[in-house]
Write a new protein. Sequence first.
Length: 195
Amino acid sequence: MPKRATTAYTELPWRIHELARDFVVEDVWSFRTPGAGPDDFPAMLAAMRATGGLGQQPLPARFLFAVRWKLGALLGWDRPDAGIGRRVGSLRDRLPDDLLAAPRGPDDPAMPLKPVYELADEAARELANKTVHTVMHLGWAPGDDGDHELRMAVLVKPNGRFGRAYMAAIAPFRYLIVYPALTRKWERAWAERAR
């Protein structure tokens, strides 16, 4: 990931920074949202949700997720005792009162990431298993052209050497298949949101 992308992410005053200081910024990805203004983050989230969960991804991404969940089941990576509230505490346990009072966002059974909080310009979801504790952070940021754009950051706390090796092993799949598929899907959702 280019250093500029990480810096552009970490320099913005999002609340996630105070909550996830012990996590590493693994990936930062931007999504074009032409014509978006500073108050359009809820509209973007609604457009994204309307596209469906992991089962609605393009075939290559769906295949990768199916393989990952099958491996996780076979090797015990995703057992309940390796997850949130068991192996690691939830980020919700770290929330200050104002964020605890804020909406969490919907709990989607088709999405393995669980909501932490949802604000007017950012949202966070988390997942933990035997490999990592990860946070998907979505933020609404000013773009280079004056519009606003969606930025997604993946923050991780790998579970030891195994977790670091796992993250390195899946990096090519994230960059070559998963993130490009999400980009096409979410950018199309933004473009078609008015229909």
